[in-house]
Design a protein around this ligand. Structure first.
Ligand code: FMN
Length: 383
């Protein structure tokens, strides 16, 4: 029964709802959806109906303990989907095991208010994101987290912090200090599963200083002496070849007392991917970065590289182009413990995570794994 409901929910989304949603610009529809969802998610009846409609089921084989907390599924929602943690009650109804909120900054940043931030590439199955940072403050998100806790709203939240310069005369030191201040705020909250440092966001000059080993060293060195009571993750940039990530890994391994893991990987530059010729390209006013299908293979190969290079000592959260159970399973077998989705949900609808859970549980059974943890990095043990 759950499968049939899930099937019709997905069909209804792709055949009807998506057709209407895609008539609007991604920026407009995003704002509108947040407005509507903020209201309807408050009703217990709506949340119950949503779970039934999406065919959400729990699979014991998908459960794992992640930094001491029980996670019901390795599938979660990636950063950017719910930037200020407003939609946690709604996301809790999708059957996901975690959500990443943000990216956030200590003080809110609105570089490009009113300007177009997103561009849909329908045939490429991707969203182009303007490489300009816009972020809500950590304080607002933590308040939303506190407000949304309780009853059936249980999905654990990872907080993504955008590490970037916030003033025109940007200095490395300021970004490190802002990150420190954010971490100190988070340390006062008990409900945060982990913190993810989004080192790939650009500063006002369009640079990514923390993706360079020296910048990352300065950042992690600056965080050395502050008390952090949550695991720290670093979101890695999507590099051309997996081996290009080696210099960053060297820095991370030097700080492995502080850094628990990595999120692999971020958006790719627009110029580095093949865009379907039927899609309009975004305007050339700025640098754009790409999500979804074109990121899938590269991200999986970087996961494989990181797992092998570090002997599985860094926990990996895999993101990039996951739109099916098979996509998620490939990332898990390559070394990911958790898998985040974003663009897949835009194109496949809110019932997709429940469908991916089912497909994952079937694959684990077929391959003889008793638990999801046994499958993490399995490719490295068979080849
Ligand atoms: C519209 C949009 C906004 C995003 N915003 C953020 C963000 O604020 N911080 C971040 O770390 N990643 C952000 N991402 C990147 C996603 O977290 C994810 O790494 C990327 O989209 C690849 O996953 P996907 O193919 O499942 O979308 C954003 C992605 C999209 C499509």
């Amino acid at each position: 029964m759950a499968y049939i409901l899930n099937f019709f929910s997905r069909l209804g989304y792709v055949a009807l709802i998506r057709q209407v949603v895609f008539l609007f610009t991604p920026d407009a529809i995003h704002n509108y959806m947040v407005l509507v969802m903020r209201r309807v998610q408050q009703y217990t009846l709506y949340r119950r109906m949503s779970r039934v409609l999406y065919g959400v089921r729990q699979y014991p084989v998908l459960q794992q303990t992640f930094h001491g907390q029980l996670i019901i599924s390795p599938i979660g929602v990636a950063a950017g989907f719910d930037k200020s943690l407003e939609l946690r009650p709604l996301i809790s109804t999708l059957g996901v095991g975690f959500m990443t909120a943000g990216s956030l900054t200590y003080a809110a940043i609105d570089f490009a208010k009113g300007e177009k931030m997103y561009h849909r590439l329908r045939y490429t199955r991707s969203v182009a994101v303007r490489a300009q940072l816009r972020a809500e403050s950590v304080e607002v998100a933590l308040n939303n987290l506190k407000k949304s806790t309780g009853e059936d709203v249980e999905v654990p939240a990872i907080i993504s912090l955008a590490v970037s310069g916030v003033t025109v005369d940007w200095r490395l030191r300021e970004a490190v200090d802002a990150t420190k201040a954010s971490l100190e705020l988070i340390a006062k909250t008990t409900d945060v599963l982990a913190v993810e440092l989004h080192i790939g966001c650009v500063n006002k000059q369009g640079e990514q200083p923390f993706c360079a080993p020296e910048g990352l060293e300065e950042l992690l060195g600056g965080l050395k002496n502050i008390a952090i009571n949550v695991p720290l993750y670093i979101k890695l940039p999507s590099v051309e070849e997996p081996g290009d990530i080696a210099p960053i890994l060297t820095v991370l391994m030097r700080h492995n007392d502080r850094v628990s893991g990595v999120t692999v990987a971020n958006l790719r530059p627009l110029e580095s991917v093949m865009v379907d010729p039927r899609d309009d390209r975004p305007p050339r006013v700025d640098a754009w970065r790409i999500s979804g299908a074109p990121t899938r293979a590269t991200s999986t190969e970087i996961i494989r590289y990181v797992y092998k290079k570090t002997n599985g000592s860094l926990t990996i959260i895999g993101v990039g182009g996951v739109a099916s159970a098979q996509d998620a399973y490939e990332k898990i077998r390559a070394g990911a413990s958790l898998v985040g989705m974003f663009t897949g949900i835009i194109f496949g609808g809110p019932a997709l995570p429940a469908h991916v859970n089912r497909g994952l549980a079937l694959r684990l059974k077929k391959d003889g794994f008793q638990s999801i943890s046994e499958a993490v990095g399995a490719d490295h043990r068979t080849s």
